[in-house]
Design a protein around this ligand. Structure first.
Ligand code: AMP
Length: 394
């Protein structure tokens, strides 16, 4: 079963083609285009590349298109991206201005170009469907809550991948099985004792921390929008809701301008004085600059804050997992996050941490560390392809 997974940005188009049959999972092709002005043209180029590369003989070989949409009013899980779903996404465009519009547009373009091939989306909010209500509520009037003012949680595909893969690596096939079947059977799949308690740290261009008990998310540092939680590359992260009216009233800044700055001038970029990539921030630190140092320290502090919150809620940890561009690649930040946690049972092995090779799974904890520390490269596209296959089999 050949499934094309497309990752759509406002000016980018990346794709992977998977062939999933029985237990075999093969990636047949991958590619992408930057500075895309016309997504319809990018879809044409992608289909042409797949055919010239020989991974499909014709478009009819595709069983489905898989997408990773962010958020829609009243809809989550793995669903067919039909017009009602797209309109429900448009209703929440304001929550994910950089992410929702390209997915809505892309889904319509795929449907027009390949009308007989289903377009299936796995919402980034899906993994949090079973998180405790108390963890997902804001203390707002009920009428606000009914408008959707609540925590949703995002990065669901990545944290689900980590939940399943970490359970396998920790010798818990029962938990991995529950995670695998989650969007088909819900959390009903039984698991054995003792509880498996994992905190997953996805640190990248966009960052979040999730607590996972027996394969089920108990919450996520991202709240109502992908603008919340930890500082992101350009996006602000958690901010007191009164900061915005205060700033607008005292400076006369418009709502549109405040929103733009929260999305484009905040996060690591705002803290560091213009750098939104951790590699540039590390170079700034090496030059002795204060802004980059502050950006690094705030990201470490915030990550520890959320790890602590979930470790407490989980009554301790079995594993702390690092994933995504920053956490997979940078030993300094992993060491800083794990520093002085000896009494929490978190002991990183500095040599193992430094030697961890890019793109590879590794154990970073010292042999006597009660909590295992892992780096696990995430694979969101594979999660989407797997869910699309399950959706079609249903
Ligand atoms: P992602 O969103 O997971 O693709 O992560 C992208 C981010 O990872 C970039 O914006 C960088 O901040 C960070 N990153 C990528 N490669 C490295 C590296 N070699 N060292 C440190 N940070 C990196």
């Amino acid at each position: 079963m050949k499934i094309l997974v497309a990752n759509l940005g406002s000016t980018s188009f990346k794709y992977r083609l998977y062939d999933l049959s029985g237990d075999s999972e093969r990636m047949l092709a991958r590619g992408g285009f930057e500075r895309v002005a016309d997504h319809a043209a990018a879809i044409e180029s992608c289909l042409a590349e797949l055919q010239t590369g020989g991974s499909i003989a014709s478009e009819r070989d595709l069983a489905a298109i898989g997408l990773k949409p962010i958020i829609a009013r009243g809809i989550t899980g793995c669903v067919r991206m039909d017009e009602p779903v797209l309109q429900a996404m448009e209703a929440y465009n304001g929550l994910a201005p950089a992410h929702n519009p390209p997915y809505v547009n892309g889904a319509r373009l795929f449907a027009r170009r390949l009308p007989s091939i289903p377009v299936i989306g796995l919402f980034e909010t899906a993994f949090y469907q079973w998180a405790p209500e108390a963890a997902m509520r804001y203390a707002v009037p009920e009428s606000w809550h009914r408008q959707g003012v609540r925590r949703w949680g995002f990065h669901g595909a990545s944290h689900k991948y980590i939940a399943e893969r970490s359970a396998q690596l920790l010798g818990r096939p029962d938990v991995a099985d529950r995670v695998r079947r989650l969007y088909v059977d819900g959390p009903a799949t039984p698991v054995q004792a003792p509880e498996l308690r994992v905190v997953s740290c996805h640190l990248g261009g966009s960052s979040s921390v999730t607590g996972i008990r027996d394969g089920l998310a108990i919450g996520n540092s991202l709240g109502m929008s992908p603008q919340s939680g930890l500082p992101h590359n350009n996006r602000v992260g958690d901010l007191d809701s009164f900061a915005l009216p205060f700033l607008m009233r005292t400076t006369g800044m418009s709502l549109d301008e405040a929103e733009r700055q929260m999305c484009k001038e905040g996060g690591l970029k705002g803290l560091s004085g213009g750098m939104n990539d951790l590699r540039d921030i590390l170079a700034g630190i090496a030059r002795g600059e204060a802004g980059p140092r502050l950006a690094f320290d705030v990201l470490v502090h915030q990550t520890r804050h959320w790890i602590g919150a979930y470790a407490f809620e989980l009554d301790g940890l079995d594993a702390l997992v690092f994933t995504a561009g920053i956490a997979e690649n940078n030993p300094e930040i992993r060491e800083a996050i794990c520093a002085r946690l000896d009494r929490m049972g978190i002991r990183i092995d500095p040599a193992a941490n430094r030697q961890a090779a890019r793109g590879r799974e590794a154990v970073l904890s010292a042999p006597d560390s009660p909590v295992r520390i892992l780096v696990v490269p995430t694979n969101e596209e594979l999660v989407i392809a797997r869910e699309v296959k399950r959706f079609l089999e249903r």
